[in-house]
Design a protein around this ligand. Sequence first.
Ligand SMILES: [Cu+2]
Length: 496
Amino acid sequence: MIRRDFIKQSVAVLSAAAFGRYGPYPSRPAQADTINDQFTERLIIPPLLERTGIEQSGNSLSLVIQKNHHDFLPGKTTETLGYNGSFLGPTVRVRDGDKVRFSVENTIDQTTTVHWHGLHVPAKWDGGPHQVIRPGETWNPEFTINQQAATLWYHPHAMGLTGEHVYRGLSGLFIIDDEISDSLQLPSDYGQDDIPIILQDRRFYDDGQFAYVRSMHDVIHGVIGNFLLVNGMIKPFTEVRREIVRFRLLNGSNSSIYRLRLSHEQPFHVIASDGGFLQKAVAASEVILSAGERLEFLVDFSGYSPGEKLRLLVDQFNGNRFEAMEIRVVEGKPRITSLLSQLREQLVLDEAAADNTRYFSMETMSAGGRGMGMMGGNRLTINGKKMDMSRIDEKIPLGSTEIWEIENRSASMMHLPHSMHLHDVQFNILDRNGKPPSPIEAGRKDTVLLWPNDKVRLISQFLDYTGIYMYHCHMLEHEDDGMMGQFEVVDTGIKI
Ligand SMILES: [Cu+2]
């Protein structure tokens, strides 16, 4: 009884905090797809690409970027891109302290890159727009894993091509383990009680091809699909035992904001955000995930009977509602049956320790105030500027602690959300619109959603590596349209 009350209370607080004054999702009927309403196909778990044995053999972790085809819709074949396969890529799984080497071969006819989203690596291995892999080339990044356990991901980041390449299928998960994740009694049997979920939405032409067009409307609102994919599948099912099950979720969509729930108002416990574990598990009945963000949560199936079913429900910001996946409870010896509350002590940087504050304005109007020019022009900008690879926007002394104050200054006619992502670092949110972050947002993050007119202050430390990194809107159509800037971490020789 007590537990139930606690959960209800937390949920109310979270929902209010998450939606803010922007209000709940519009309730107009879903443009729901009716394919596979019986949930007949078993969820595919991306294969693991692990370091085990690599060091001894001297081999690299191999990713081959390839053109392929994949059947999403009955009787139709879609041309796709994939890493080592037809759609998405393997899940890279490494440990903190591992020295890893990759071999990334580009066999497609376009230049691309591989960016390790959320990973703290030297700038030359970051995989941003400067580290291009031309057709026929192989890229061999080599770095040491230097951060705590987390669910990260990798995807292309070539100038102006990110949205298209991700849409066609290039994305994969990147999981880091460490001593603390080992020591916590958490489900960690990959694909069994630790289930990776990549959520994306897609539009298709009648012939089954992806409808990726960047019309003016699509650039402004993002390319939003009416089919929801879970690990590349439409309405799959997965089976769980009567135990605690961990789900690692990535919003891998180009531009969608998802609200996630479970049917029957089944609560869950969020244990990690973008950059690793929260201090404590947070009970919730729904969460919001913008493009690029991740969450891990636990669901307690121990009170269920074999044969019972739940569904993962996903609502898009535009009102589309999806029954994304069915979760079926089956017989089997339970592994972990108790929920953890204390997870990991997290150090949040003190605001007073900041060496500098920078201001970033995400704008949907021109710097000159001309509003949304329908003839193109300076539509989506950060601090009034569009991305220029030859311009360094911010220089940050190595070792410094900084506050970044980010504001979504939407034009009055155009209330667009944005999703700010910083390369190189994980950060903590100091406040959102003057108020402390929600318990879920209080953890380590690398991507943050800004509703129209939101102001978020975050704090981070720029340690270990120098060089040029990106910050940008993770709505990929915004990024490709230039809503991106560059910061250079420079060694000033001054010890901070
Ligand atoms: Cu944006």
